[in-house]
Design a protein around this ligand. Structure first.
Ligand code: RB5
Length: 149
């Protein structure tokens, strides 16, 4: 059973400050957030960070996960290798809303070197407040799940 209202948050070294800002932002909105690091700005491989958070989401310990790296791309690719994860990189609020409404994404990735803090927080809000529409979109998400084998 997926834990509602719980988020896991991680990044590589390229996104430490944005991660802190997102932590404060979503905590203030009532989400229970676990920031699983890293704490230092030492180089940290994004595949490890993305995979760790993705496994926690796939195991049902969190409703959603938020991932950050320089572009958002590498950590998203790693997360999507974990069965049960649907993660999209979003640099705009429309996409962030749509990956929830149409794709039932359970993880969001943002590029900390691509978007500013204000937009990043709006992207997070768009993702977290949108709901999956189901119906024909559910059929398509089921097709994605079938590809996982
Ligand atoms: C780290 O320099 C950078 O490669 C990483 O943050 C990310 O952009 C990879 O996709």
């Amino acid at each position: 059973m997926t834990q509602p209202n719980r988020l896991v948050l991680t990044s590589d070294h390229a996104a430490i400050e944005l991660r802190r800002a997102i932590y404060d932002h979503v905590s203030a909105k009532g989400w229970e957030v676990d920031d699983i690091g890293p704490i230092t700005t030492e180089s940290t491989p994004y595949p490890e960070r993305g995979a760790e958070a993705a496994r926690l989401v796939a195991a049902g310990q969190y409703q959603f996960g938020i991932l950050l790296c320089g572009t958002g791309q590498g950590i998203m690719m790693a997360a999507n290798k974990v069965k049960g994860i649907r993660c999209g990189v979003c640099m705009d609020t429309f996409s962030a809303r749509m990956i929830r409404q149409h794709n039932d994404a359970n993880m969001l990735s943002i590029g900390a070197r691509v978007v500013g803090f204000g937009l990043a927080l709006d992207i997070v809000d768009a993702f977290l407040t949108a709901e999956f529409e189901g119906g024909r979109h559910g059929t398509r998400v089921d097709m994605i799940k079938a590809l996982e084998g």
